[in-house]
Design a binder for this molecule. Structure first.
Ligand code: SF4
Ligand code: SF4
Ligand code: SF4
Length: 603
């Protein structure tokens, strides 16, 4: 059975066909669709965990219990899961464990560009890298087999282009029969309890495992030599292999499907058969360094960039510059017609509930420590209401540090509901415990909006659609010892301002839950209703432009006195959230009830 699948979908299919029983993840681009595809499949358990470390621990637990398991995360998620990544390497497992890690070269949706092959080497965990969707599918099963053969977790490293590009995949469409009996949990404390005495015994085992894996890499079928013209030999991996093949169709290639540990003998043999050896790889000079450590002369980052994604064009131009190809190899670049589409700067959607809260914070002159989520976009002008953003959950800790540094100005922290569950909770506990006067705002839009509206512990539903507990932020904060807690409608600017002022006047930890569901949720969409500007009242003061709503635009009409353009609301974009109407001091923007009244009078 052939299907046209993205790399992410192919991984989900590969996991299902290989008998993965438990899979856990935290959503994060470019890896999110893997669990979304896997969760509805029969005979599986899949969950969104509150963060990647929990997800990995869950998968490890399942593998300890003898079930094949998968943990999925984007590259920065592995930073969160790093503790578990390292102990899982030390203990090994009872059944296969694949850790799918999606790196994001060029940072399409990430705060950095880290190359997680480094983590694989750091933790002595083998790293497999597919070059297309078929390999993404096949390597899941291969990773699980290797995991069981060598008693190690295995990293399956994707990159954005592999995750999101689609190609034909041959599927089996069958799954190994489900276990009927429930075997007892195998207790092995010397292997699974990493107290120092046991850990010291395990470390040599891990080192020996890497040596065996390096030998295995020599005959691993996804490491293959394609010998053609010997003048140039290229070592490549992942999507870079596709670019290399296209730009150098006649060159000899060594394609590595396992990039840690590398096959030393195979590399030496390949290098001895070609006149000039280069590496084409995205991001870090990882393979280049591994080859150089073998004492083999090689070039790589002296020719190809270390930053950003490669593509055929980049590889070709760099090769021409380095004299690997003649200038005549240049091919005309076909730039797709852009057409009359308007440009879409990355800003909050029209009707976004975060806009009002952050507008009020800006109006009060507050420094806002932000976090990872849609609201990060509020740093953009004209809203310009966010001042720091480092990583998931950093907002509260950073604001606490600022408060403890003893400056006069009050900083606040703002983060989303899902991010709060991810890594905000311990940071809020720290504020409560170590007593700083940080005001935390949970921008509660009832979903994980940025990655595509996934469930989380506050929504009352699981990934697989079951009803579950719905955690209340207010009760949590009270339990942590925070007395000052407000819940406000995020669209009600006066209520947000009053809550903020109350918290800022008090010298104690405080929490504001600014609640309104994401404007793009189906229930919210049903209530959309475009507002209108009364052009006679509008004098072009520009206040409504400052909220940064893409639906508020300058009209062609200028105010006779000020000469400034009056406002207009694009009815195709406006949701009717009324934030602009509350901002307009001249009452020139009609509220929903006014529009309804006007309509009724006209009828
Ligand atoms: S997706 Fe939802 S939360 Fe995110 S910017 Fe748009 S409206 Fe706001
Ligand atoms: S805030 Fe009111 S008066 Fe000012 S430009 Fe907007 S609609 Fe016109
Ligand atoms: S009501 Fe105003 S702020 Fe809300 S979406 Fe419409 S134009 Fe934008």
């Amino acid at each position: 059975m052939k299907r046209f699948l993205s790399g992410n979908e192919a991984v989900a299919w590969g996991a299902w066909e290989s008998g993965v029983h438990v899979a856990a993840a935290y959503p994060g681009t470019p890896s999110t669709e893997i669990l979304e595809t896997f969760a509805p499949m029969p005979d599986v358990y899949a969950e969104w965990s509150p963060n990647e470390k929990v997800a990995l621990d869950v998968a490890v637990g399942a593998a300890y219990a003898g079930s094949r398991a998968m943990a999925v995360m984007k590259h920065v998620g592995l930073n969160v899961a790093a503790d578990s990544f390292f102990y899982a390497s030390m203990t090994g497992l009872e059944a296969g464990l694949v850790i799918v890690n999606a790196d994001d070269p060029f940072m399409h949706s990430s705060q950095n560009e880290q190359d997680n092959r480094r983590y694989a080497k750091f933790a002595r965990i083998p790293c497999l890298e597919p070059s297309d969707s078929q390999e993404a599918h096949d390597l899941v099963g291969v990773a699980l087999d290797i995991s069981e053969q060598f008693d190690t977790p295995v990293m399956l490293r994707l990159t954005t282009r592999i995750s999101h590009s689609s190609s034909l995949v041959e599927l089996q469409g069958v799954r190994p029969p489900a276990r009927t009996e429930k075997p007892p949990y195998r207790i092995d404390t010397t292997k699974y309890v990493m107290v120092p005495g046991n850990a010291r015994r395990r470390h040599p085992v891990i080192e020996e495992r890497v040596t065996k894996l390096a030998q295995f890499a020599e005959t691993f079928p996804y490491n293959r030599m394609e010998l053609k013209d010997r003048a140039l030999g290229i070592v490549s991996n992942g999507v870079a292999y596709q670019y290399a093949r296209e730009v150098f169709p006649e060159a000899s290639m060594l394609k590595l499907g396992m990039t840690y540990p590398v096959p030393a003998k195979m590399l030496r043999e390949f290098a001895s058969q070609v006149e000039r050896l280069i590496v084409i790889e995205e991001l870090d000079p990882f393979l280049e360094e591994e080859i150089r450590l073998l004492g083999i002369a090689v070039e790589g980052k002296s020719i190809f960039p270390i930053c950003g994604e490669l593509d055929q064009q980049v590889v070709r131009e760099c090769a021409i510059k380095a004299g690997l190809l003649p200038p005549s190899a240049r091919v005309p670049v076909v730039t797709p017609e852009k057409g009359p589409l308007p440009s879409r700067p990355p800003i909050l959607c029209p009707g976004c509930p975060h806009r009002g809260t952050l507008y009020v914070a800006k109006k009060l002159g507050l420094v806002v420590n932000g976090d990872i989520g849609c609201y990060t976009l509020a740093f953009q002008p004209p809203l310009g209401a966010l001042h720091t953003c480092g990583c998931m959950g950093a907002s509260i800790g950073v604001a606490h540090g600022v408060a403890k540094a003893g400056i006069a100005q009050r900083n606040i922290a703002a983060l989303g509901d899902s991010t709060f569950f991810h890594t905000g909770m311990p940071a809020l506990l720290n504020v409560a415990y170590n007593r700083s006067n940080v005001t935390t705002i949970i921008l509660d839009n009832r979903t994980t909006a940025m990655t595509g509206h996934q469930q989380h512990p506050g929504t009352g539903r699981t990934l697989q659609g079951r009803e579950t507990v719905q955690v209340e932020f207010e009760a949590l904060a009270h339990a942590m010892g925070i007395q000052r807690v407000h819940t406000v409608d995020a669209y009600d600017l006066k209520a947000v301002e009053a809550a903020l002022k109350d918290c800022l006047e008090a010298d104690e930890p405080a929490l504001i839950v600014a609640r309104r569901e994401c404007a793009l949720m189906p229930e919210a969409r049903k209530q959309w209703m475009p507002l209108q500007v009364n052009a006679e009242r509008c004098n072009g003061c520009g206040l409504c432009f400052r909220i940064g709503c893409p639906a508020v635009v300058k009209s062609g009409e200028l105010d006779a006195k000020t000469g400034r353009p009056k406002a207009r609301i694009d009815p195709l974009l406006c949701t009717g959230c009324e934030i602009c109407a509350q901002v307009c001091t001249r009452r020139a923007i009609l509220f929903r009830h006014q529009l309804i009244e006007n309509k009724e009078q006209q009828q």
